[in-house]
Ligand binder design. Structure first.
Ligand code: AMP
Ligand code: ZN
Length: 508
């Protein structure tokens, strides 16, 4: 079974996803015996003693979400089951500003973060009463509400990219925790975390399978015990969020090449702006999604969900760049239709939509719905167009790109992550276009909704993978507002910034 949800199987409501992903009951609810029983089962299954799982507490505060997560993972780079022991997010209310106000978000981080950390500590695994004094003496225990709990092996935090003051709130808290507990700090890249999220999903799936085994549910297949992380490298990702529109080729944990990026505004930003122009204000005001107006745009465009799509994927590039003219006195032209530049351009389409709405202030609901559907369609087909260009290059020799070519030919998975990935029409369009243009072998993988938008679990996971690869952060690291992901960028990508050390290189 695939570890991450494919489009076809993605549940509509969040509840089943959360229940499915859900960690075992919080640690405080598990008895000492349960923990030791789980440990014993693991040993028996693999017939040799297993080291204690890795444990991290992670903080994400790059924008308006304050997130704290506790994640546990079995040892083994490239494999291993994981369990979410605590995962909480508080989003600051920025609705009165019509977008994220950095100072309001910082105030919310400052108000909530410490309390969330205290709450998260209650989810650290029980250190048990037996041997507690020894463990405390050895420094592996923290006392929470008078009870001994396992101390995290390291603290993970988002270092960038993002808003400086927002990032610094999380970073300074994480540094304090790392110093107080005497454990390493892992200050990681937010977009790397989005790209790695499907591997987290696969580890959580392995954790769920493992729990089934220990609970004695029938499952004899060897495969059930396989905890190889998927997708394996190389894979492609569309990272589409409020601040980013990136097509990324991920070759390894730290090597993520940008194949296309936005020339100006990000797709999420464009959809949010379009939503504010298209969706009647009274409907937007009732939005339960805060300033994620684009989520409302999707609901407004397709009130009955996928049954309304009636979408025919363009079989050729010529069809794909056709101007949309509904004969209502306005038209929408697909972005960058005259070029095959490897970049995304959303400001132009946004401008067209705003102009249509300004020129037709009395537009009725049905026509507004039409604008919403086709604004989304053109934006999503534009994403697909650059994906197709990248894939078609895999057969063409280009100077200096020999490595890329080979790897693109090997790609079997397209990950779609970031807040915009929660749009089901986007996934429908991508699947349709890949199929009709000869790439039906490429699997489309999208993390479940709560892991698509910013979250602490993806940061914790990135910490796990980086920690296992030997990486640690120095305590003097600063937050980074702009931190290119690509190792070929001027700054050298994830590892190009100062503050990393590799303990494996140092000791070898
Ligand atoms: P992120 O920056 O990854 O936290 O994602 C936030 C962005 O995703 C915002 O621009 C949201 O409006 C956008 N977003 C959230 N839900 C949807 C949706 N259903 N369709 C399109 N965009 C969405
Ligand atoms: Zn993000």
């Amino acid at each position: 079974m695939r570890a991450a949800w494919s489009v076809a199987t993605r549940p509509r409501s969040l509840a089943p996803v959360l229940a499915h992903l859900s960690p075992p009951p919080p640690a405080q609810a598990l008895s000492w015996h349960t923990h030791h029983f789980l440990g014993l089962q693991r040993c028996l299954l693999s017939s040799k003693p297993q080291p204690q799982p890795l444990l991290t507490l992670a903080i994400e505060s790059s924008c308006d979400d304050t997130c704290v997560t506790v994640l546990e993972k079995d040892h083994g780079a490239g494999r291993g089951a994981a369990r979410l022991l605590f995962d909480k997010k508080i989003t600051s209310d920025n609705r009165q500003f019509g977008g994220v106000c950095p100072m309001t978000a910082v105030a919310s981080h400052t108000q909530h973060l410490a309390g969330m950390v205290r709450e998260a500590m209650r989810a650290f695994p029980d250190a048990g009463s037996k041997g507690t004094r020894d463990e405390a003496a050895g420094g592996n225990v923290v006392w929470v509400d008078g009870r001994p709990r396992r101390k995290p092996d390291f603290v993970t935090v988002t270092r960038g990219p993002g808003m400086m003051s927002n990032l610094s709130t999380g970073l300074n808290t994480a540094k304090g925790l790392a110093v107080a507990w005497g454990v390493p700090l892992l200050a990681v890249h937010h977009m790397q975390a989005h790209a790695l999220t499907p591997r987290l999903v696969s580890a959580l799936e392995a954790g769920r399978r493992e729990r089934k085994q220990t609970e004695g549910q029938p499952s004899n297949q060897e495969k059930e015990l396989d905890s190889t992380l998927t997708p394996t490298f190389p894979f492609l990702s569309l990272l589409v969020s409020g601040g980013h529109s990136l097509l990324v080729l991920s070759r390894s944990l730290t090597n993520h090449s940008i194949l296309a990026e936005a020339q100006n505004i990000a797709i999420g930003d464009m959809l949010d702006k379009c939503a504010r122009a298209i969706v009647p204000a009274c409907e937007l005001a009732s939005s339960s999604n805060g300033v994620m107006y684009a989520a409302h745009l999707e609901r407004f465009a397709f009130p009955d969900g996928p049954s309304d799509y009636a979408y025919t994927p363009p079989p050729t590039r010529a069809e794909e760049i056709k101007i949309f003219d509904p004969a209502l006195g306005w038209k929408l032209t697909p972005p960058l239709s005259e070029t095959v530049d490897m970049s995304f351009e959303f400001a132009g389409l946004n401008g067209q939509v705003i102009k249509v709405m300004l020129e037709n202030p009395d537009m009725g609901l049905a026509e507004r719905r039409l604008v919403a559907r086709h604004a989304m369609r053109l934006a999503f087909e534009h994403l697909a167009s650059r994906l197709l260009l990248a894939l078609s290059k895999s057969g063409v020799a280009q100077e200096g790109e020999a490595g890329d070519r080979t790897l693109l030919r090997d790609v079997r998975t397209l990950v779609v992550a970031g807040g915009v990935a929660s749009n089901r029409y986007l996934m429908h369009i991508l699947r349709g276009i890949l199929d009709v243009r000869g790439y039906s072998h490429i699997e489309l993988v999208c993390p479940p909704l709560p892991l698509c938008t910013d979250n602490g679990a993806m940061i914790a996971w990135t910490g796990m993978e980086m920690y296992e690869a030997g990486w640690r952060s120095e305590l003097d690291v600063l937050a980074i507002k702009k931190w290119p992901l690509d190792p070929h960028s001027e700054d050298g990508g994830i590892l190009g910034v100062p503050g990393w050390k590799n303990v494996e290189e140092t000791t070898s």
